[in-house]
Design a protein around this ligand. Structure first.
Ligand code: UDP
Length: 324
């Protein structure tokens, strides 16, 4: 079965492409390589350097390939950048996704899996967060993701394009093979920053605030392994193909770890010093984000397998010897 993967050269997309190949699916990758890495996609996989803003090339590509499912990862995903450059985010994420959804609808593609985010819940009033909590994004990045979820709902009515929007919590870790992993430039995420500090590539970790209403005062997040995310995409695709209805689904482990806990665990795993300094809060960071993942378990039969220790271990394996 042919599966079109946009952003397949990116962090989560490349792990999903690897899983698809291992399971006998035929991935076809679209990536404009603005933030992805060509090396992340094996040479034997069909790869096209097409930008979703190039509606003509995209339309030709979909018409000639006619995938059974589209799995859409391609997006800009830095909250801070989205605040400074909302134009980039609305253009790349919303217009690009609109072009893709429109061409899928016009050409009779029936199944679509979308990378959404838990940040569309904004500052949640209840934790753990279930899908029926109100969506109230507090930055342009999250606004773009919510708009795309809305586009998918509207296009389903007119064309029958079914979709699963997967609202990820904090993606982290790397494939245990060490062949692919997380490589962002600049790197805003906690676990890579902590491990780069263990490797002395950074002097210290700046901990953004220790005056939150949490057990140690630092923010709590639900870190979910990238291969568990990839597995949820596969299960979503199979669910849709087997006649499942459109839905939105949270993907997290249901367990939270504070920033200081991550640093402590990383110290134990790497056996390195990890100096840190407490600095002021980062704007827009909610105190606690932890998923209620019952819907993913019940609907998809998805159970995350990697502990936070395993997440740090696999990330350490990658960051100690990154391939790109
Ligand atoms: N964080 C931090 N220092 C850093 C990077 C992140 O203290 O250099 C904190 C951040 O405030 C948040 C958590 O680590 O509470 C996870 O941040 P990340 O950027 O990895 O993911 P986000 O939760 O923003 O999606």
């Amino acid at each position: 079965m042919k599966v079109l993967v946009t952003g397949g050269a990116g962090y989560i997309g490349s792990h999903f492409v690897k899983l698809l190949s291992e399971k006998g699916y035929q991935p076809v990758v679209l990536d404009n390589l603005s933030r992805g890495h060509r090396e992340a996609v094996p040479k034997n996989i069909h790869f096209e350097d097409i930008d979703l803003l190039d509606a003509g090339s995209l339309s030709y590509f979909i018409q000639t390939q006619m995938p059974s499912v589209v799995v859409h990862f391609a997006a800009f995903a830095y909250v801070g950048e989205s605040v400074e450059h909302p134009d980039r985010y609305y253009q790349n994420n919303v217009v690009g996704s609109f072009n893709l959804i429109k061409v899928c609808a016009e050409n009779g593609v029936k199944n679509f899996v979308f990378s959404s985010t838990c940040s569309i819940y904004g500052n949640p009033s209840k934790v753990p967060i279930s899908e029926d909590q109100p969506v109230q994004p507090i930055n342009p990045y999250a606004n773009t993701k919510l708009m795309i979820e809305t586009l998918l709902k509207d296009f389903e009515v007119s064309s029958g394009l079914k979709s699963i929007s997967l609202r990820y919590f904090n993606a982290a870790g790397a494939d245990p093979s060490g062949i692919i992993g997380e490589s962002h430039n600049p790197e805003p995420h906690l676990i890579p920053i902590v491990l780069q500090t263990a490797l002395s590539k950074r002097e210290k970790v700046f901990v953004f605030g220790n005056d939150y209403n949490t057990k140690d005062g630092t923010c709590i997040r639900d870190y979910i392994h990238v291969n568990d995310l990839a597995d949820a995409h596969l299960k979503s695709l199979e669910y849709l193909i087997n006649g499942g209805k459109s839905n939105v689904i949270n993907l997290g482990t249901g367990k939270g770890n504070s920033v200081l806990e991550i640093i402590e665990k990383a110290k134990a795993i790497t056996k390195k010093e990890i100096p840190f300094e407490i600095v002021s809060r980062r704007i827009g960071d909610p105190a606690i984000l932890v998923a209620d993942n019952m819907k993913a378990k019940n609907l998809l039969g998805w159970i995350p397998k990697y502990s936070v220790e395993k997440i740090i271990e696999t990330a350490w394996n990658w960051h100690s010897n990154p391939k790109f």
